[in-house]
Design a protein around this ligand. Structure first.
Ligand SMILES: C[S@@+](CC[C@H](N)C(=O)[O-])C[C@H]1O[C@@H](n2cnc3c(N)ncnc32)[C@H](O)[C@@H]1O
Length: 363
């Protein structure tokens, strides 16, 4: 290039007529370079277009597929010809993506034992069975239980066992899921139950970490947000959060809008998981678990008040001074500002002081 430029320059200086091709050579070379540069992005954008089209086609076919799956769920609810009973929290799942996410969150393996509370018309149950799980379902509604017995139970034989009755009154739980050897995998729980019984159901299941490993629940969104956060300090941190974090590691899975149910509920929902701690992972207590939770409940007796005021009811003045010094969180702390670990330390401290000041039985 420097050669041709110098030839052009010297010819021009000599006043000679520069040949057309030589005069235009630098411009042509520049144009070629620009074209070469241009070709790259042009090819790239063609690829992008192709990929975008493929993605759109994929999305459309997935959309068609999931609408077909949604329709199957709606059909199953309609086929039950059952009038939903609101007092039993009957909002049946009709969104296939939610059903899939709930079941996948349980990380099922072929042959896993699963407790389903409230199978209803069987949409979650069918998905669990299709993944090779052995399901034990507890349904309170007599009409729905009857339909399940005549339908899914016949279809799936031993893979599905149905217990008709109120889960909270059922005394067969421990025996039904007892492990026959330490090598046997723990069972799993999947439940879309009425929101007004979730707390009671959790009270039963959370301490069963040696029996259940994954627990997936449908929850009211607002309540789940409170339970999952361990940010003591938020005004919504309640005694139930202490219980949940003592026994498990809760985690948020996904948001579920009212349109995913038939009939739709008035509140937003979500899937939430609880990973129960095994017995050896639980923090040691200076007393029984019941005594601990009764103590925590007393600390929250009036949650707008300072912890000091609530503690007065359960411990001596000098024990309280020692407890506050041990916690080192100041005098004005409120019940919702302590973490679960701090409640365990507080409980253990108060119990230890109480034992020290009690008259010895050997005297
Ligand atoms: C929200 S519906 C869910 C039904 C189904 N699992 C679904 O996702 O489509 C709640 C189900 O729990 C049942 N149920 C309500 N209270 C119950 C209880 N205490 N014990 C067992 N089942 C209960 C209801 O009858 C209903 O079938």
């Amino acid at each position: 290039m420097s050669l041709s430029l110098s030839r052009v320059a010297s010819s021009a200086l000599a006043g000679a007529r520069i040949p057309h091709r030589e005069r235009d050579a630098p411009r042509r070379r520049r144009a070629l370079r620009v074209c070469a540069l241009a070709r790259g992005p042009i090819r790239l954008s063609a690829n992008k277009k192709k990929k975008k089209l493929e993605k759109q086609r994929d999305a459309k076919s997935k959309d068609r597929e999931s609408r077909k799956r949604d329709a199957t769920l709606v059909d199953r609810v309609n086929d039950a010809e059952h009038e939903a009973r609101r007092w039993l929290g009957q909002h049946f799942l009709i969104d296939a993506s939610v059903v899939t996410d709930a079941v996948e969150a349980a990380r099922l393996n072929e042959g896993d034992r699963v407790l389903e509370i409230g199978p209803g018309t069987g949409n979650l149950t069918c998905e669990l069975l299709s993944r090779g799980a052995n399901v034990l379902a507890v349904e309170k509604d007599r009409n729905l239980a009857e339909k399940l017995r005549k339908g899914l139970c016949v279809e799936h034989g031993e893979a599905l066992r149905l217990v008709e009755g109120d889960f909270l009154k059922w005394d067969g739980l421990a025996a039904a899921f007892a492990r026959t050897s330490p090598e046997q995998p723990r069972a799993k729980v999947v439940a879309n139950i009425p929101y007004n019984i979730t707390t009671d159901v959790l009270k039963v299941l959370l301490p069963m970490g040696d029996v259940f490993e994954d627990m997936i629940f449908m929850f009211q969104e607002e309540v789940a947000q409170r339970l999952v956060r361990d940010d003591a300090g938020g005004g919504d941190y309640r005694a139930m959060s202490v219980r949940v974090h003592y026994y498990s590691k809760p985690y948020y899975i996904r948001f579920v809008p009212p349109t995913c149910f038939m009939p739709p509920p008035n509140v937003d929902s979500c899937l939430i998981g609880f990973k129960p701690k095994e017995p050896h992972e639980l923090l040691p207590l200076n007393g029984t678990e019941n005594q601990f939770f009764t103590f925590v409940q007393a600390c929250f007796a009036q949650k707008r008040k300072m912890l000091r005021n609530n503690l007065k009811a359960v411990c001596e003045e000098n024990t309280m001074e020692g407890a506050f010094a041990m916690l080192d969180r100041g005098d004005k702390i409120r019940p919702q500002e302590l973490t679960m670990e701090e409640y365990v330390r507080l409980f253990n401290f108060v119990r230890e002081r109480a034992a020290e000041s009690a008259p010895s039985s050997e005297q």
